[in-house]
Design a protein around this ligand. Structure first.
Ligand code: NBX
Length: 845
């Protein structure tokens, strides 16, 4: 009962026994040894690196928990408005190093671990990546959690606890991608806290019966009920006690198994329903940009949004406020359309369970949700077949039809849109059809972007150009309907904690000592880096800067040598393209450029070749099945080039398998240049471009996504731009269609490259025929149209690299001007311009 004394027992006993954060080495070794003995039940004399890592992790976790508990208590007492980041993907990577740095305990743990006979660096390598994401969208969510905690903002993440994260990529001897499961939880995960007591029932299938005419209540019964169980992951802020939470849901059968079947001796039937419940959170879908029509994926989306909303509403109700104050206490960010079912789900709760009137419920809903779009590629816009939705979520399908009817005829629509449309475009039925939540066809489909757009308070894109394109293409009708103020831009950002301090410790140290400020200051105000510009003129500083880049290249070479057995030439320029493989990202342009460079080298005399700057090209990235051929080509080109005695000192090429956050942390600090070469208008933002530049790598790129804003900040003289601009892209595609020009005429050097591939220079040319023909025919992503200008940009890179002093200046000025791209800036934008959220620092009042 509420009158119970709390805490129970003797309050002073509680207080004197509450632990704080371990500050000195003695406390740390004691806590690690304690975990070895008790949590792991192991002995000091047969402890391996994995065991020592686990004990160290548990000890660090204890320290995080002290702060986590304090933070949650503080938030509960202060009862501020909170924001929730709903993302089907969180690509967290490793935790231990990041936690040690954010808690400022790294040097103490280093000493303590040393005293116990281990090396902290070795232990860090024992940790498996948490890879619950495909690429940029999932990693962005992870950076945003770090920035929310670091700026004391009361933000929680909600996602799914997949048993298997993104697949492990293997490359077969022929160069094909092979996929293996990622059993990341097999060694146990010290970073998650199971909350068996926090669970919700989620219904699927069944019947929905309307209880009144029109848009009133309904009763949804029957079907299958699945249990959602919470697992909490602590998110420590940098240099603050604020520690936020990422809550991941696991699906479980509601009852262990079906007792009737079990009693009847039908053991398999008895576990069947438990298997289907567990399947919901078993695996992350590995496709980026398309995964539609799959029943299990739809079930994942609903399972996760229903459990998260139930949890958010329960927390809100504990405040004792009336439901109409919900938008004053809760903001929910929808990371792409994947959580859009939260909109009809909140309607269902408000109407069917809270008994609110339809219009009132809709007013609450449209003040709670915010929607971020991450792509304008038309094939990537999520749609669900109406029959599938009706089957799995009958009540939500009714609500979607109600929203459709009401939003097209009711107050706001009629007043603002329909009348205006009638006046401006009498009888414009096409416009209504485009804006409808339902796409006509066989079958009819629900358009999730339209639903997210109608149901949200504000909508944003992820870089200036992208946000413009969202407003002028896919959501144009909605801008004309709602007015432009509902639409905005928040340019993406990256956390400088992981993407500089953690992955490039030497550079971080040099920055702090040069600027004469503690790293905790500039890491939380990245604009401070600007002061580095004046040191670009300092020869000694440039030498140190260049030496760090060199050591990072050696670190990468060492990593490759020990994991893959290749010896990499560290005197070469390192040129890196690492990202998901996708046609629009144009890894093909890069590999065709490499072949072109190889053919040119072959044509030189040995004496002239000696004047060429050596270059090593790195690729990494996982592919959806449609793009396997590109990997195969890269691997087979590498095989030929790396074995050619005439050229191998001047050009070599590596495809590094199984790209991950941890691999990125080694590659990025080692790059001289990196490639971000999407067809203009197709890459919404890109975020690795920011990571490379922050680490002093220069950018080769198209005028696309956040490349544009990076060039604005660092100066166009420090970026190697090439290619057609966005407005030209459509015209070129039109020309391809109606006035095709053969590639031999359009671009002879490219035609030569394609002929060499077909001719078998890299093994059976027939294998690559589909890929090569796509380009010969003038491909949709304009490889032919951009090839010449791409080759010229790379020639300019070579020329600039010859003047090493100038190059290092460019590198310094690039890092110095990356302040804008801290995810702290981005998340503060969301907090102020979207969520209306205040920082709630722990222990400061
Ligand atoms: O989101 C990416 C964009 O392509 C990048 O330009 C952008 O920088 C980044 C962050 O805003 N999108 C992305 O990574 N999408 C997915 O991974 C994805 C995964 C599943 C799915 C659709 C998209 N069904």
């Amino acid at each position: 009962s509420g009158k119970e004394k709390w805490p129970r027992g003797d309050e002073t006993v509680w207080k004197t026994n509450m632990r704080g954060v371990d500050a000195d080495v003695g406390d740390i070794t004691k806590s690690v040894v304690n975990h070895v003995q008790t949590s792991l039940a192991r002995q000091a004399y047969n402890l391996d690196n994995l065991g020592a890592y686990q004990a160290a992790a548990l000890s660090v976790r204890d320290n995080m928990l002290v702060n986590w508990n304090e933070t949650q208590l503080h938030y509960t007492r202060k009862a501020p408005k909170r924001a929730y980041y709903l993302s089907l993907e969180f690509l967290m990577g490793r935790t231990l190093d990041n936690a040690l740095l954010n808690l400022d305990l790294k040097s103490q743990y280093k000493d303590g671990i040393n005293q116990l006979g281990f090396s902290l660096e070795d232990l860090l390598e024992e940790e498996r990546d948490a890879a619950l994401g495909n690429g940029g969208l999932g990693r962005l969510a992870a950076c945003y959690l770090d920035s929310s905690a670091s700026q004391d903002l009361p933000v929680w993440g909600y996602g799914l606890r997949y048993k298997y994260g993104i697949f492990q990529q293997l490359i077969s001897p022929e160069g094909n991608q092979l996929e293996a499961p990622d059993p990341w939880l097999d060694n146990q995960n010290p970073w998650e806290l199971p909350r068996i007591d926090v669970n919700y029932e989620v219904r699927f299938y069944g019947q929905s019966e309307r209880l009144s005419e029109g848009h009133g209540r309904a009763l949804w019964t029957g079907g299958q009920e699945v249990l959602a169980v919470a697992y909490d992951v602590m998110i420590p802020g940098c240099n603050t006690r604020n520690t936020n939470n990422l809550r991941l849901w696991e699906s479980k059968p509601k009852r262990g198994f079906d007792l009737n079947s079990f009693n009847a001796g039908n053991y398999e039937g008895a576990v069947e329903s438990s298997n289907s419940a567990a399947a919901i959170t078993s695996v992350l879908y590995p496709n980026d940009h398309t995964t539609f029509g799959k029943e299990l994926r739809l079930k994942q989306q609903y399972f996760w949004t229903a459990a998260s909303l139930a949890d958010i509403i329960r927390r809100f109700k504990n405040l004792g406020k009336s439901i109409n104050e919900f938008p004053d206490y809760v903001a929910i960010q929808l990371n792409d359309t994947h959580p859009t079912l939260a909109i009809p789900e909140l309607m269902r709760i408000l109407i069917d369970e809270e008994d609110l009137d339809w219009n009132f419920a809709w007013q609450i809903v449209t003040n709670v949700f915010f929607f971020t779009n991450h792509t304008v590629l038309p094939e990537a816009l999520e749609k669900w077949p109406v029959p599938l939705m009706e089957h799995i979520l009958p009540r939500h399908m009714q609500i979607i039809y109600d929203i459709k009817a009401v939003s097209n005829t009711n107050t706001f629509a009629a007043r603002i849109f329909l009348q205006a449309v009638e006046k401006k475009f009498p009888g414009d039925r096409e416009r209504l059809a485009r804006m409808s939540l339902i796409e006509e066809g066989f079958p009819k489909q629900v358009r999730m972007a339209n639903l997210a757009c109608i149901g949200s308070r504000r909508i944003n894109g992820v870089a200036e150009l992208h946000s413009k394109l969202v407003q002028t293409t896919i959501l144009k009708d909605f801008v004309e309907f709602f007015g432009v103020s509902k639409f905005g831009n928040v340019t993406n950002g990256i956390t400088p904690r992981r993407w500089l301090d953690q992955c490039n410790p030497e550079l971080s140290k040099l920055i702090s000592s040069t600027l004469k400020i503690d790293k905790s200051v500039w890491l939380k105000d990245l604009y401070k880096l600007k002061d580095l510009v004046k040191y670009a003129a300092d020869k000694g500083f440039r030498a140190e800067w260049a030496a760090i880049k060199q050591r990072n290249k050696e670190r990468l070479a060492h990593h490759i040598e020990t994991t893959l057995g290749f010896t990499v030439n560290t005197n070469a320029m390192f040129d890196v393209q690492i990202k998901r493989l996708h046609e629009y990202k144009r890894q093909t342009l890069n590999i065709l450029g490499v072949i072109h460079r190889y053919l040119e080298l072959k044509a030189l005399t040995p004496a002239l070749r000696k004047k060429v700057n050596p270059k090593v090209v790195f690729f990494a990235g996982k592919a959806a099945p449609a793009f396997f051929k590109t990997i195969r080509l890269i691997v087979n080109v590498a095989r030929v080039i790396n074995a050619d005695p005439e050229t191998k000192d001047y050009l070599s090429l590596y495809f590094l398998p199984d790209y991950s956050v941890s691999l990125a942390e080694v590659l990025i600090p080692a790059s001289d240049i990196s490639q971000h070469i999407s067809t203009a208008g197709t890459e919404a933002s890109g975020t690795s471009n920011m990571k490379f530049c922050l680490n002093g790598g220069l950018l080769v790129g198209t005028v696309d996504g956040a490349n544009i804003e990076i060039a604005e900040e660092v100066g166009e003289e420090n970026v190697f731009f090439f290619g057609h601009l966005t407005p030209a892209v459509e015209d070129l595609r039109y020309q391809h269609m109606y006035h095709p020009v053969p590639v031999d005429e359009a671009c002879p050097p490219l035609a030569n490259v394609l002929n060499q591939i077909s001719g078998g220079l890299f093994g059976d040319g027939g294998v690559y025929e589909p890929l090569v023909n796509t380009i010969r025919q003038g491909d949709y992503y304009l490889v032919t149209d951009d090839f010449d200008s791409y080759i010229r940009a790379l020639a300019m890179v070579d020329e600039a690299y010859l003047d090493r002093d100038e190059w290092v200046k460019k590198s310094i000025c690039t890092t110095a001007n990356m302040g804008k791209f801290s995810s702290d800036r981005a998340i503060m934008d969301y907090a102020q311009e979207y969520w209306n959220l205040e920082p709630i620092p722990v222990g400061k009042d």
